[in-house]
Design a protein around this ligand. Structure first.
Ligand code: WT7
Length: 651
């Protein structure tokens, strides 16, 4: 925790949507009793266009015997109507999406009217293909407007979308299709990032060769690069020919507030990725409301979130939050280094971006290239910066503040999770001096607690695990097909609380500092990977017997992956074998699962009951060879020195 804090400029404060006093008052009022919290969320629900206004605000119980989470349960609405139709009355020609292509020569501006028409066409077309309310649709897309069109068209007709990140492998895609039993897959011929082609359609074909994918009846393919790809006659259809003859009006499906909206798969500490389920009324109210609070949104903002639609940030803060508010959202297909590291700055100038929301890993990778690239642009349009995904180190914070923001723009460090649907902790801009590395304050209606291992919620300055003692409308409702795992993961360890899986410190001013995951989830470049998932990919290779995977410090990605591996009999450690193992894991999961270090060892540190002691491996991988803590539960402590020797020899 640094002592430094950055006051907000008088100019920003004068124009901000809220003040320090107002935040303090509104926050207190929003949490002073469960009734007051309901009153707050009833007020926020007024910002939504309901087909039937809810009369019941919340119905929540964290007791495992009688567990439920419901928000606005008798309300009815349609999300696409809230993101599109209602803006047609006020501002139809305002840009809804500004799309910046991979190559700087390519961009497109799509008004709310145009976006509405396209969503309706695709909605009609999918209805004709037999997609009904509740059916699942998988999207495996590049960052092109059709990704948002696909999501919104699902909401138009009541289908549940499951977006799978385009960087995931065919195998990962296939597993998610099997779990969701999707009827339709929407994809593109290829993705294009940094002038590199990503064979999306070929991956879909391979995924659909997997057993258990028979639910898929049609694959809708967007024409992006035009390179030739195999199209199978009965199953595959081109997006443009599919929607060509369709009407620009499409009757919106009437959705109950608690009807499923989307699934998004994310890694846990054990087993396969879990399908996080979000529902309709609570999610959109939370997305709309937090977006305008946290980003201090004004009508003329041009807002750019750099997250891919494959992650929850791309759902809540590239798509639903901005569009529900009628805010222009910028969608970028490419990468920060193409054609040069000056690209981000050039995009800011080109589209006069006012609010930029990105991740520490992106900031660190730009910072590493020096200031000159960023200084090619003037960035005078920017007024606010945001960060998300992992703790931001003070050096990266300073650089973001001084160089990218010209020392003028507050930084909102936003803490949240796929599970929370939207931001829970952040400094509402203009209300508090900023501390680099702190997510600062709870948003309205949120009651965070610091809890210790004895289940005691601590008062005042404290360090422990972060739990939330109440519910909020954007909270996930279940793990698809696995409600037991949902209760077990989030509500069992600390009865009566939602357990986040993160460690936290609360300082003497009551501000929150996230310290990182306390479970076996790795946060690589702000993307979640379970150690169990990576281990099973390594184990699946014929040359290995067993593997233990831990996170290790990494300059750019925040957390890198270290694998400790036992080879099969007859196999010999070599650079070639290690490269082959890394290739294998990247193919199984996707390129984000890069093994930064591979240590071939004779044995793993295990307890007498056979559990791998990852804590010890984490320390060793970080270069800490002494003070390894309590080793008394190890079955054979001699393995430790042998592992240290291997690691030292490789460094
Ligand atoms: C995990 C959630 C929510 C969108 C992106 C990631 C970490 C997230 C912060 C932050 C420190 C953060 C936590 C959390 N995290 N934001 N501002 N400061 N850590 O979503 O993939 O569900 O990952 O990301 O560890 O639990 P996700």
């Amino acid at each position: 925790m640094t002592q430094k804090s950055f006051p907000i400029t008088a100019e920003f404060i004068a124009a901000a949507n809220t003040t320090a006093e107002q935040y303090a008052q509104d926050y207190e009022r929003s949490v002073e009793s469960p009734e007051a919290t309901n009153a707050f969320w009833a007020e926020r629900a007024e910002l939504i266009d309901w087909m039937k206004k809810p009369t019941i605000i919340s119905n929540v119980n964290y007791d495992l015997d009688d567990f439920r989470i419901k928000w606005y349960e008798d309300g009815e609405l349609n999300i696409s109507v809230n993101c599109l139709d209602r803006h047609l009355k006020t501002n139809p020609y305002k840009p809804a999406i500004i799309w910046e292509g991979d190559h700087p020569s390519l961009h497109k501006i799509i008004s709310f009217k145009e976006l509405h028409a396209e969503v309706c066409r695709l909605g009609n077309a999918m209805r004709k293909l037999g997609v009904k309310k509740g059916d699942r649709v998988t999207l495996y897309m590049p960052m092109i407007p059709e990704a948002m069109v696909g999501m919104l068209a699902c909401t138009r007709i009541g289908a549940v979308h499951s977006v799978v990140f385009g960087g995931f492998s065919a195998e990962s895609l296939g597993n998610r299709i099997i779990d969701s039993q999707s009827k339709i897959v929407i994809t593109a011929d290829e993705g294009l990032r940094g002038n590199k082609h990503n064979p999306l359609k070929v991956n879909v074909d391979r995924a659909l060769d997997m057993e258990g994918t028979d639910s898929v009846e049609k694959v809708i393919v967007v024409h992006r690069t035009g390179n030739s790809i195999p199209m199978s006659g009965r199953r595959d259809v081109w997006y443009h020919s599919l929607i060509a003859g369709e009407q620009e009006q499409c009757e919106p499906e009437v959705m109950n507030s608690e009807d499923p909206l989307f699934l998004l798969y994310t890694s846990g500490s054990t087993g396969k990725p879990k399908g996080v389920l979000h529902t309709t009324g609570g999610y959109i109210t939370y997305a709309l409301s937090t977006f305008r609070d946290v980003f201090d949104i004004k009508d003329d903002d041009v807002y750019w979130c750099t997250a891919d639609v494959g992650w929850v940030t791309g759902h809540t803060y590239s798509t639903y939050g901005p569009l529900a508010n009628g805010t222009t959202t910028v969608v970028f297909e490419g990468v920060p280094e193409y054609p040069t590291w000056a690209r981000i700055g050039h995009i800011i100038d080109k589209h006069k971006i006012t609010v930029l929301y990105t991740a520490p890993t992106a900031i660190r990778s730009m910072m590493k290239e020096g200031d000159t690239f960023v200084r090619e642009s003037d960035r005078s349009s920017l007024r606010l910066l945001g960060t998300v995904g992992e703790p931001i180190n003070p050096e990266a914070w300073d650089w973001y503040y001084d160089v990218v923001g010209g020392g003028r723009c507050p930084i909102v460090d936003t803490w949240w999770q796929t599970e929370t649907g939207g931001i829970l902790l952040a400094p509402i801009p203009g209300t508090v001096a900023l501390k680099p590395g702190a997510a600062m304050n709870p948003l309205y209606g949120i009651i965070p607690q610091v809890i210790d291992t004895d289940d005691t919620a601590l008062e005042g300055p404290a360090e422990g695990n972060l739990v939330i003692s109440n519910s909020w409308p954007g909270q996930m409702r279940t793990i698809y097909h696995d409600h037991e795992r949902f209760l077990e993961t989030y509500f069992t360890e600390y009865p009566g609380y939602y357990f986040t899986g993160d460690g936290v410190q609360r300082d003497e001013d009551g501000h929150y500092w996230i310290t990182g995951r306390v479970d076996d989830v790795l946060n690589v470049s702000g993307h979640r990977l379970g150690t169990a998932e990576v281990e099973s990919a390594v184990d699946a290779h014929p040359s290995t017997v067993e593997a233990a995977v831990v996170g290790m410090p990494h300059d750019i990605r925040g957390v890198g992956i270290a694998a400790f591996i036992i080879l099969s009999i007859g196999e010999v450690a070599s650079d070639q074998l290690k490269a082959e193992l890394n290739r294998h894991v990247r193919t199984e999961i996707g390129p984000i699962a890069n093994l930064d270090a591979i240590y071939v060892v004779e044995a793993l540190p295990k307890t007498r009951s056979g559990k791998i002691m990852r804590r010890i491996l984490r320390n060793i991988a970080a270069g800490q060879y002494v003070g390894l803590g309590d080793l008394s539960t190890l079955a054979d402590s001699s393995v430790i020195n042998k592992i240290i020797d291997v690691v030292k020899a490789e460094r």
